[in-house]
Design a protein around this ligand. Structure first.
Ligand code: NAD
Length: 512
């Protein structure tokens, strides 16, 4: 770490309430947590930033107890009043946007404009949720029985477990937390062990807002690994819903554990996102879309572009453009405004990338550009990588969380839709074309099989107004806008008889 960065980091940490050693458990108050300490490492330097004591079993129990109690109080608040608390939280996030965004960059390694963008996403989510707090609509139906009224209403669900991944260390919490809060739920957050400090900072901010407003402690935190927190959370019947974001293998474990006790799970898992460029595409637009989606966040977004399909007529031209653009990508300190690509998160991520590239070579692929670790500096930096691939390479069906872009060629739209849909994941997808028929074919029921389908926009960078999530091994969950709020509530169908008779449905007679 450079001296400048070290100084910036300590001032930053202090401004967000983080010390050299911290408790990692908040249950309405910071507990003297008893689990082993973990150290947060800055990916850009490999240097330790601060340490956090994780949750022991009795700490976890206390977090659940407090979250149940907080839920019982919070669910009685009118939803618009709950929205008011979320509005205050949005204000506090606006005040802390710069420091929190920089902390995201320090701890996770994404470039600073993306770190700030992530905090903006939290603020956007809060604003959206404030509006939602007045729109948690139920339907009313006409009863078949005279003098009866029938309607559906939505009630708060209970304490929600929120398991988050390292790559969106604060936004994913906000996707869940802002909506769950207006829905009347309390929360227990289990962040990634790779990004505990951003979780501490957010919890400090949220706890202050609640305390100042006299609201119950709905935003709780338990830092620890899957054995300490993840598995106890999925096994605990007091937690009716666990929302889990991360790898497919994690989602499988969480989904099975929740299904075993007939609890609800909301799964946001890995993607293997494809972009189709047709012969009639605007190539300038396509290049920009590809670069941001493939290289942004160093390929560590669930929506990162991993598979690029080029129609034969433009394939040579697009490859030439990519080969010209890739060497000009500035790789370096993510806190520098001019940097486009920061580091990978840790040595494990580098090892995974190198192992994937070994498989590429074994399976007949060709590395066209990149593929190396940058040895001239500390931290976990790699070159963004272009690979000439074929649909028969099994490695292209895996999500490698690194900036590797597989390039395929195709002839017809029908052929490429089949290639595109042939992977087990189904998160984000895109087509670049100026032909309305091709665009509509891609968006049709037999087109892209993903949860997100874009035309003339890359695969990453979704807006929060739409429901976000994917199909197949991506887990089927939806978060953020549209009607995603429904999973955080329980639906109740109510029938009210204001007459003097007791008619039965379906004309059943039961006279005694
Ligand atoms: P990960 O699966 O290693 O960890 C994610 C979280 O799950 C961590 O908090 C981890 O401690 C926890 N966890 C792991 N096993 C668990 C278990 N058995 N029970 C309970 N908790 C468990 O993922 P990661 O490396 O942090 O993040 C990268 C992955 O997340 C990628 O696959 C990426 O595509 C995915 N992701 C998906 C979305 C989405 O919205 N679809 C968003 C961001 C990231």
């Amino acid at each position: 770490m450079s001296v400048e960065t070290a100084t910036a980091s300590s001032a930053l940490l202090e401004s967000l309430g983080i010390e050299a050693e911290n408790s990692g458990v908040f249950a309405g108050r910071w507990l003297d947590s008893s689990g082993p300490a973990i150290t947060s490492i800055e990916p850009a330097s490999g240097a330790p930033v601060a340490s956090v004591r994780t949750a022991g079993p009795e700490d976890f129990e206390e977090v659940v107890r407090v979250s149940v109690e907080a839920f019982e109080a919070w669910r009685t608040w009118p939803a618009p009043k709950r929205g008011e608390i979320v509005r205050l939280l949005a204000d506090e996030l606006r005040r802390n946007k710069d420091s929190l965004g920089r902390l995201v960059t320090v701890e996770m390694g994404k470039v600073v404009s993306e770190g700030l963008g992530e905090v903006q996403e939290m603020i956007d989510m809060a604003d959206l949720a404030v509006g939602m707090s007045r729109q948690l609509y139920g339907l009313s139906m006409h009863s078949e029985r005279p003098q009866h009224r029938m309607y559906e209403q939505w009630h708060p669900l209970g304490p929600v477990g929120i398991i988050t991944a390292f790559n969106f260390p604060v936004a994913v919490w906000a996707w869940n937390a802002m909506v769950a809060a207006v829905c009347g739920d309390s929360m227990i957050w289990k962040p990634s062990e790779k990004t505990p400090l951003t979780a501490l900072a957010v919890t400090h901010i949220a706890a202050k807002v609640l305390a100042d407003a006299g609201a119950p402690p709905i935003f709780n935190l338990a830092i620890g690994n899957r054995h300490q927190v993840g598995e106890p959370m999925t096994a605990d019947p007091r937690i009716p819903l666990v929302s889990a974001t991360g790898s497919v293998s994690m989602g499988r474990a969480v989904g099975q554990a929740m299904a075993k006790r007939l609890g609800r799970s909301l799964l946001e898992l890995g993607g293997n996102n494809g972009l189709i460029a047709m012969d009639d595409a605007d190539l300038d637009l396509t290049l920009r879309g590809v670069l941001f989606a493939a290289v942004g966040t160093a390929g560590q977004r669930c929506t990162s572009l991993r598979r690029l399909f080029l129609q034969k007529g433009i394939a040579a031209e697009m490859k030439a453009r990519l080969l010209k653009a890739y060497p000009s990508i500035s790789i370096g300190d993510p806190l520098d405004e001019g940097t486009v690509m920061g580091p990978l998160v840790d040595q494990g991520a580098i090892d995974d990338m190198m192992a994937a590239l070994d498989k590429v070579r074994d399976q007949g692929g060709t590395v066209l550009y990149g593929g190396k670790v940058l040895q001239d500096r500390s931290g976990y930096f790699v070159e963004p990588t272009l690979v000439e691939a074929s649909a028969h390479m099994p490695i292209t069906c895996d999500e490698t969380f690194a900036p590797i872009l597989y390039i395929f060629e195709f002839e017809t739209l029908e052929e490429v839709i089949e290639m595109h849909n042939s992977v087990p994941q189904g998160l984000s997808s895109a087509i670049f074309t100026m032909n309305m028929r091709s665009a509509e074919r891609f968006l049709s029921a037999s087109g892209s099989d993903c949860g997100i389908a874009n035309v003339n926009i890359g695969t990453s960078g979704a807006e929060i107004g739409g429901a976000f999530g994917g199909e197949k091994e991506t887990g089927g969950g939806r978060e953020a806008g549209s009607d995603s709020w429904k999973i955080y509530m329980r639906r109740q169908t109510c029938t009210l008889n204001y007459g003097e008779e007791l008619p039965l449905a379906q004309g059943v007679e039961f006279d005694i």
